[in-house]
Design a protein around this ligand. Sequence first.
Ligand SMILES: [Zn+2]
Length: 202
Amino acid sequence: MRELTCANCGGSIQVENQFIRAVTCRFCGAGYLVRGDDTLDPSGQSARLADYPSRLQVGMRGVIRGRAFTVLGRIRYAYDAGFWEEWQIAWEDGAPPDWLEEDEGYWTLYRRERVKSALPAFEQVRVGSTLPVNNYRVYVTEKRTARVAGSEGQFSSVFPLTGTFGYFQGGADNHTVSVNYWQDEIELSIGDELDHSEIRIG
Ligand SMILES: [Zn+2]
C-alpha cells in the first residue's frame, strides 16, 4: 500500500494495490490519476454521492462464489431514465479488480477484457444488430449516452468525471457484454449475472 497526499486538502490517500489508476480523495472529493511513479495528477472534482440504500459500501468485505473481496470504490452513472451503480472490488487472491454492477436490484459481475477486434464508431452501433466483439457475437440490446454522477474510492479504470460518453450493451451466449466509449479509450467488460444469494457480505 502506498501513501500519497491530496494536493487539494492535504489528506492522506492510500493506494490499495498496483492495479489502481484513479482515486477520489475521501476528504474533499478531488479526483486524481495515479502514475506509475507514485504521483497523483489532478483529474477534476468528483461530485459527492448522496447516500441511498445498498447492500454495499466502500470498505466492506464479502465473498462471491467462494472468492473474498473488498469494496474499493463506487461510481454512480446517470442516464436519461435513471442511474446505476458500479462497485469496484479487489479480490483477496490478488487477481485484477473487477466491477459489480447494481441496477434496480440486479447484480452483474464484470471483468474488463482487452479490446482485440476493431469496433464500430459509437454512432454506427445499432440496437438489434449483432456485432463481433473479440470472440463474442453480441446482440445489441441497449445503446445510450450516460455520465458519471459521482464517485468515491479507488479504481482500476480511468473514467471521465465530467461530460458524457456513449455505451452499448448486449448479450452473447450467457454473458452480458458492455462497451464504454470513453474519450481516449474503448473499454470492454464481460459480465455474469449473479443471483442475490451469490454475494455474501461481511
Ligand atoms: Zn483531498
